[in-house]
Design a protein around this ligand. Structure first.
Ligand code: NVA
Length: 427
């Protein structure tokens, strides 16, 4: 039975890459083998091997370690569709829902049959990963019907825990809970706290961090962004001018706006991450180089992972409707990276009640530099991966898209083999 209600307020409103330069940091032999590997001091291949060995012989149940989007994946979180809600109207969210979307004017718990179907797909994806030797953990869903109330705002429901990638940013041995930028997502990190506590108990090197909770008052949002009268042309102009729904009142970022390239973090400045959020990340990761990027052509720039998809060192897919501007390509070109247009999506429209565009086709999960999970119906994307020399693992997930995204969105890294390398020595 659907709990969807009408809004009380308004009808709302093959490519070779091996020749590219890269440098691995040297092991610092003076420190203990288990000390935290910081990006500026070492990748510590020795540290790494010791940790891996410990994992293999069962001395430690969990090792948190992931520096990029492509090294061999060994441990991951896969989200759940449990109790997922379409949240009520709020400033940042409304601007995300396209004018012609069937989500306008509705909020409440999603219909149970759609939750069951999405969970069946997420469970099957988790089983597929486990069969390939990847450890999979799952969140503990909150009651998302509980309103979010702080001294600064109130909203009637929460969202869900299908996309851990939105909330959790893994950088080395750290997992950082993002500020988030929607009021309905303020408590979303709580879905993952049982896992964070378990990792904290099991991995003595795990750094559990949380970015400062934002106040999310009306000052965080441009009110004029809410008008139904704003058409796509105007939105494209605004986004090109870097005028987004969120202001720079306080640091805001969603973890899914960040891509990890070893020593470099590439962060999309858009609706869900503001400049102060990027500056906060820069100060929080002083050993990294943090690069702000913008992609022209996206009227709703929310999360980078249907726009820019690194597959392995030296190779990135870019959404052909949202190309990286020439001036922002320099760091990639100077270091031998190739940016290729992603294949066209197989679908003309997203599934019903979905927040994302058809470009979830490129929201893939890389299992290692030669293997990638692609959604089963995305035949053009799979074909392109094959041509690029990747083994494709087909995963049926489309009926879960509406719950928060694709294969990259519904996962968060815990452990990938490998350390922190400099893939951009020529800056
Ligand atoms: N905002 C992106 C989704 C990112 C997962 C899109 O709709 O294409």
């Amino acid at each position: 039975m659907s709990g969807l209600r009408a809004s009380p307020q308004r009808a709302y409103p093959r490519v070779k890459s091996s020749g590219m330069p890269r440098r691995q940091f040297q092991t610092d032999s003076s420190g203990p083998a288990t000390s935290r590997p910081a990006c500026n001091e070492k990748t510590s291949s020795l540290w790494h091997e010791v940790e891996l060995l410990k994992g293999k012989i069962g001395m430690q149940k969990t090792i948190v370690n992931s520096w990029n989007e492509w090294d061999p994946l060994k441990h991951v979180i896969v989200g759940r569709a449990d109790d997922c809600h379409i949240p009520p109207d709020e400033p940042a969210l409304e601007a995300k829902i396209p004018e012609d979307s069937d989500m306008r004017g509705q909020w409440g718990r999603r219909p149970q049959d759609t939750i069951d179907r999405a969970n069946a797909l997420l469970d099957a994806f988790a089983a597929q990963l486990e069969k390939r030797g990847v450890r999979v953990d799952r969140p503990t869903a909150l009651d998302h019907s509980v309103p979010v109330t702080t001294p600064d705002f109130h909203t009637e429901s929460q969202f869900g825990c299908m996309p851990p990638r939105d909330v959790l940013l893994t950088v080395g041995s750290e997992m950082l809970e993002a500020t988030m930028s929607y009021r309905c997502r303020w408590f979303e990190y709580l879905n993952y706290r049982p896992l964070m506590q378990q990792y904290f108990d099991e991995d003595p090197n795990f750094r559990h961090e949380s970015a400062p909770k934002p106040r999310l008052t009306d000052k965080d949002y441009h009110p004029d962004y809410l008008s139904d009268k704003i058409g796509v042309e105007k939105r494209l102009q605004w986004t090109a001018e870097k005028f987004f729904v969120t202001t720079d009142e306080e640091p805001l970022f969603d973890a899914a706006d960040v891509l990890r390239f070893g020593r470099d973090l590439v962060v999309q400045h858009g609706f869900t991450t503001n400049l102060k959020g990027i500056e906060w990340l820069r100060r929080h990761f002083p050993d990294h180089r943090v690069h702000a990027v913008n992609f022209l052509g996206d009227p709703y720039p929310i999360h980078i992972d249907a726009t820019f998809t690194p597959l392995r060192p030296g190779l990135i897919l870019n959404n052909p409707q949202r190309r990286l501007p020439a001036d922002q390509r320099k760091m990639f070109e100077a270091n031998g990276w190739e940016i290729v247009d992603a294949a066209q999506p197989a679908h003309n429209a997203p599934p019903p009640l979905c927040y994302s565009s058809t470009w979830l086709s490129m929201n893939v999960l890389v299992l290692d530099p030669k293997t990638v999970c692609v959604e089963k119906s995305e035949v053009y994307q799979a074909e392109q991966m094959d041509k690029l020399g990747m083994e494709v693992v087909e995963v049926d997930l489309r009926d879960a898209y509406a719950f928060g995204g694709g294969l990259h969105c519904c996962t968060a890294d815990v452990f990938r083999e490998g350390g922190c390398e400099d893939y951009f020595p020529n800056m």
